[in-house]
Design a protein around this ligand. Structure first.
Ligand SMILES: [Zn+2]
Length: 491
């Protein structure tokens, strides 16, 4: 197979989390299980009805545009996109063509930092849903008219992994902005990929569109599959056909759906029933307030967590993806910081933060996964968690004991020092207590003591092991080794 460069552009749709639909007051409820409940004459396309623009939906898209650094034009308008399909009661979809809400913008891929330019973000309405039962096809219109955001990228993506990374980062952004749940399994976010391949020294090839990508894995696999398929077509001396292809999840391949239609097939024209949007008119939209309402964005959090706490790699990925986890971690850290002071604060601070990162992203997360819970309904308070981290750092409890206390706190809440007492997990770091045990162990193992004096390092390890056994794991191992050495050296 010759080598071909891959060029990918994405079109991503996301259902917005508004109270009502895009152009009527029917409820926008993605969890409605009964078909055709949230409908009205407007979203059913009855003659004589008129649409009204949902302001909340417009604001959602404008905030996405602002977060991406796109331009918010003063003038924007809705257009009719004409096509026929049974899930589209009006016979046209209200969308935006020439004057989208957001012009341009960019998103940096986490990790590589590669810049992917955004062409536009616009607003439209979703269609109904077809349900096939035996020989019958049924239509559920609950989703018809739900506000749908569409984001289009420039063809800046050059691998399946980059495409996936872009979609994941956008999902995070939509969740941070609280404009969409963007759950791909539920169809709240849908990805289409435009793919072309060309020899390394050639211009871009023929564009093929893959629709119906309903998971991040599908995005990655479908692109990889299409790369290979098109390469084979070219290797065989044939031409790639411009078309729309679907993704078959079961068979893990793409299949031809239809020849690609062009924009003029849709006969776009300005929607006569809606006024154009004047985004500069403060009577309707306060752009400055919308900009001020942007929360800390995923990439800003990533940078800040790296800078302030040294959270990197997998830990960073986990915390940025799980806002509740990050919030919990930060609250615990602020508790810990109150406790650190004085001149030797810096080293202690770093050690404590490192412990807090590990316990949060490893132990606590594992407990959570097992219990199928989430950080949102955690029973451990940040104060108690911070207390446990301090106890572990001070050696008041062994790391094994700390994990036991953490598990106890996870299931029943509670104060770590109470659990420490009641479970008898207090680590013996008190020298006089240790000395008694040292004497006992030395007397019980005279031969090992001789071995140690003869220079066998393993003998000391054995004696430390005996100390741990005698104290049921409560001895601080470093201190036990030191106490043994000190005592034996005097013999
Ligand atoms: Zn309606």
């Amino acid at each position: 197979m010759s080598e071909y460069k891959l060029t990918i552009g994405l079109e991503i749709h996301a259902e917005l989390k508004t109270k009502t639909k895009m152009f009527c007051d029917s409820l926008n409820d993605p969890n409605e299980h009964h078909p055709n409940i949230n409908i009205c004459p407007v979203c059913m396309g009855h003659p004589g009805t008129l649409p009204v623009i949902n302001k909340q939906a417009v604001e959602c898209v404008v905030r996405v545009g602002m977060a991406l650094g796109g331009k918010i034009p003063e003038y924007s308008q809705f257009d009719r996109k004409n096509y026929f399909y049974p899930d589209l009661p009006k016979g046209y979809q209200i969308s935006q063509y020439k004057h989208p809400l957001v012009d341009g913008g960019e998103l940096l891929l986490p990790g590589s930092g590669k810049k992917i330019r955004v062409t536009r973000v616009h607003l439209e309405e979703d269609t109904g849903r077809l349900v096939h039962e035996g020989n019958d096809s049924l239509v559920d219109f609950n989703r018809a008219g739900v506000p749908l955001m569409e984001l289009v990228t420039e063809p800046d993506i050059s691998s399946a992994a980059e495409a996936r990374a872009f979609a994941e980062e956008l999902q995070l952004l939509l969740r941070y902005l609280d404009v969409s749940e963007a759950d791909m399994e539920k169809g709240e976010m849908r990805v289409e990929a435009n793919i072309s391949i060309a020899k390394l020294d050639e211009e871009r090839g023929i564009k093929v569109e893959i629709k119906n990508l309903n998971s991040f894995r599908a995005v990655e696999r479908a692109i990889a599959y299409e790369h290979e398929r098109q390469a084979k077509v070219l290797d065989d001396g044939k031409k790639v056909i411009q078309e729309t292809r679907g993704w078959d999840e079961e068979k893990q391949h793409t299949f031809s759906q239809r020849k690609k239609e062009s924009a003029h097939d849709y006969r776009y024209f300005p929607e006569p029933d809606l006024p154009p949007l004047d985004l500069a008119d403060k009577k309707y939209f306060d752009l400055e307030m919308l900009r001020a309402s942007l929360p800390e964005l995923p990439w800003q959090k990533r940078d800040r967590f790296a800078r302030e706490y040294g959270v990197l790699g997998d830990a960073s990925q986990m915390m940025v993806a799980d806002k509740a986890m990050a919030d919990f971690f930060e609250s615990a850290i602020s508790e810990i910081m109150e406790w650190v002071d004085g001149d030797n604060g810096q080293a202690r601070r770093e050690n404590l933060i490192k412990l807090a990162i590990n316990y949060t992203t490893s132990d606590l997360r594992a407990l959570m996964k097992n219990a199928e819970g989430s950080f949102g309904d955690l029973r451990i308070t940040p104060e108690n968690f911070a207390e446990l981290i301090k106890m572990a750092a001070l050696g008041e409890v062994s790391s094994r004991g700390a994990k036991e206390i953490l598990a106890e706190m996870f299931s029943g809440g509670g104060d770590p020092s109470d659990i420490l007492e009641s479970k008898g997990l207090k680590q013996v770091s008190n020298e006089s207590e240790l000395v008694n045990v040292v004497q006992k162990i030395i007397q019980a193992n005279p031969e090992t003591v001789v071995d140690y004096k003869a220079g066998k390092a393993a003998a000391l390890q054995f004696l430390v092991g005996q100390m741990m056994k005698e104290t049921k794991g409560a001895a601080n191992p470093q201190m036990a080794a030191q106490a043994l050495k000190d005592t034996i050296d005097k013999i």
